[in-house]
Design a protein around this ligand. Structure first.
Ligand code: ATP
Length: 263
């Protein structure tokens, strides 16, 4: 059995039944900008949740605080039952992150990059794990090419391999299929879905792709100006707005903002 196929290991270090992520009255103020404004939610383990909102709504800042990379101005974050950032050491090895906008070292090859990240996470049988991910994510043709010489879509697949290298229980994704062609994007979504089912993993996903969110997510949190505008299943949200697609809901929320701004 491969590491990828392994059954989820019980999280003995986490209180039983604790959510994968819990944020309470989370706030981040940058000088004059309130990026996140008193946000509270809890994410059930094994679920896929979409974080939606227009540009500047506060999605990336929220994810950065959940990862312990940005210190909240106030409020609390718990990840896998541990307070962030104080107890980050207990959970960082069990989570991972992907954003196509965060580059890996350009001069190193894909294999060298994955080896470095694998070592950081103390992944066992690392060579085999990299070979396995290369086969699953179709990286073999360019695994020994420098990261800087890859296409945007190839880089995104490498970033996904990096995010899965430690077989994470919790995956935070910031627009995971940006710059992928529709066929590859669809394939990546399928891969994430299968990964979650097999691993019992939890995903929190910031996305501007409403079809992606409809397909993957059992819950959607819509942010606007740093606050939660709505939080429910895609079906319930579409019913509430009397819309048949999340795209239409998204536009309603954005236009509501325009109407308010005009008042
Ligand atoms: N380091 C920073 N310093 C100052 N302001 C910041 C910083 N990071 C984010 N902001 C501001 O905080 C607000 C929220 O930004 P954030 O990146 O969290 O939004 P987002 O929802 O991820 O947007 P997008 O969809 O455009 O990626 C924006 O007004 C942004 O300009």
């Amino acid at each position: 059995m491969t590491q990828y196929d392994a059954a989820p290991t019980p999280s003995s270090a986490s209180p039983p039944g604790s959510p994968a992520i819990s944020v309470s009255r989370l706030t981040k103020v940058y000088k004059t900008t309130t990026a996140v404004d008193g946000v509270s939610f809890a994410i059930r383990r094994g679920s896929i949740t979409g974080l939606l909102g227009g540009n500047g709504a506060g999605k990336t800042t929220t994810i950065a605080m959940i990862m312990g990379l940005v210190q909240p101005t106030s409020g609390e974050v718990e990840v896998l039952g541990h307070r962030m950032p104080d107890e980050a050491a207990a959970v960082l090895g069990r989570m991972n992150f992907e954003s196509p906008y965060v580059d890996m070292p350009m001069r190193l090859t894909v294999r060298q990059n994955l080896t470095i990240f694998g070592r950081l996470y103390a992944v066992e049988h690392l060579k085999e794990r990299i070979a396995e991910l290369a086969a699953q994510l179709d990286l073999t043709d360019f695994i020994d090419r420098a990261n800087g010489k890859l296409s945007a879509g190839q880089k995104t697949r490498v970033a996904l391999a990096k995010a899965l290298i430690n077989d994470p229980e919790l995956l935070l994704l910031d627009e995971p299929t940006a710059s992928l062609d529709p066929d590859t994007a669809d394939w990546v979504r399928g891969h994430l879905e299968r990964y979650c089912q097999r691993r019992g993993a939890t995903i929190l996903l910031a996305s501007h792709n409403m079809l992606e969110v409809e397909r993957l997510c059992d819950r959607v949190i819509i942010m606007k100006r740093g606050r939660i505008e709505d939080d429910d299943s895609p079906a319930q949200i579409m019913a509430r707005y009397n819309r048949s697609t999340l795209e239409e809901v998204f536009l309603d929320v954005a236009r509501g903002r325009d109407r308010e701004a005009a008042q």
